[in-house]
Write a protein that binds this ligand. Structure first.
Ligand code: ASP
Length: 330
């Protein structure tokens, strides 16, 4: 029997057309399917949004999560067409909002609109449907012949077709001339039911350190209502403490009940605050390591944790926990 799949369309370049004001998403999900041609699945389509993904925000994440939750019982898999610019954030947040999802949910999009003859959209959509028909349950991103765990993806190129990478874990599957070749899908086989949980607190900030950064800005954020901060430190996660004392500022924030997550500016490999003094001091002040998570995953995990009402200690424990393979806990 053919797999029953659902395409939820939300806009993005894949659905965009040229207008006087630049590319704007206008094509419907049906338009996307029409341009795709024959594929061996039974596909329903629902247009739920029509946005450039730069306009996707927590309100849209909640709405998308609710739609996936609502429709998941009727389908073997769901494909979410989405702009590429914030796709990795949406994929990461859906991972936390839809824990234990019972079906595969595959985000995809394209670098070139589907109505352009050499667009990457048909290939990406075909891959996403194949993934929705064959992956284990979970949230994935399918792009340029790779299927990746959604919470491990980062958009790394602005125009190349190879726009996404799976950071710190290999892709789940690749397209070869033999078809889809899966790596071991070592997902947790939790059989707990999926519970939709869209409670998040988006009053957070993501700060990239640079030499000369004034830590007083961190207090300005806290004074403006910021409830948690991810700081991308240097290398393994180091932070300056001479002249401008970022480390001490972090300690003060944490004592005010504001969790501070320390991640790395390096895209690849883990942060490890135990190795250098500039990391250890931050750890002593209570900084929480993001280990090998992407910044997209770290900031969405923090929003979700705060939305659950977790305090600093609970956030620290939560960041010591692997929810859906978003982090490697040695
Ligand atoms: N600006 C577009 C978006 O994110 C880019 C794309 O889809 O490739 O919606």
């Amino acid at each position: 029997m053919q797999k029953k799949l659902l395409l939820l369309s939300t806009g993005g370049t894949i659905a965009s057309v040229v207008s006087d004001s630049g590319l704007v998403p206008k094509e419907s999900g049906e338009d996307l399917l029409k341009l795709l041609g024959e594929i061996p699945y039974d596909i329903d389509v629902k247009d739920i949004l029509q946005l450039d993904s730069s306009n996707m925000q927590p309100e849209e994440w909640k709405f998308i999560a609710e739609k996936i939750y609502e429709y998941r019982k009727d389908y073997d898999g769901i494909v979410l067409s989405h702009g590429t610019d914030t796709m990795a954030y949406t994929a990461s947040m859906l991972t936390f909002m839809l824990q234990n999802i019972e079906i595969p949910v595959i985000l995809t999009g394209s670098q070139v609109p589907i109505n352009v003859v050499l667009s990457d959209a048909p290939d990406n959509l075909r891959l996403a449907f194949a993934a929705a028909a064959s992956c284990q349950p979970g949230i994935y991103l399918a792009f340029d012949r790779k299927i990746m765990l959604g919470c491990r993806t980062v958009k790394v190129r602005t125009t190349n077709f190879n726009a996404f990478e799976s950071v710190n874990v290999p892709p789940v599957a690749r397209v070869t001339s033999d078809g889809l070749i899966f790596n071991n899908q070592n997902h947790k086989k939790d059989k707990q039911p999926c519970i939709l949980n869209t409670d998040i607190d988006s009053r957070v900030s993501l700060v990239k350190l640079f030499p000369g950064f004034d830590p007083k800005l961190l207090f300005a954020m806290a004074d403006s209502g910021c409830k948690g901060i991810v700081i991308e430190g240097y290398g393994l996660g180091g932070m300056n403490y001479i002249r401008r004392n970022t480390v001490a500022a972090i300690g003060k924030l944490i004592r005010r009940g504001i969790p501070v997550i320390a991640s790395s500016q390096c895209l690849y490999e883990r942060s490890d605050l135990t190795k250098y003094e500039v990391g250890r001091l931050a750890l002593l002040e209570g900084a929480i390591s993001a280990r090998d998570m992407t910044s997209e995953s770290a900031i969405t995990k923090l929003m979700w944790a705060l939305g659950q009402g977790m305090d600093v200690h609970e956030v620290a424990e939560f960041f010591d926990t692997d929810v859906a393979n978003e982090v490697t806990i040695e």
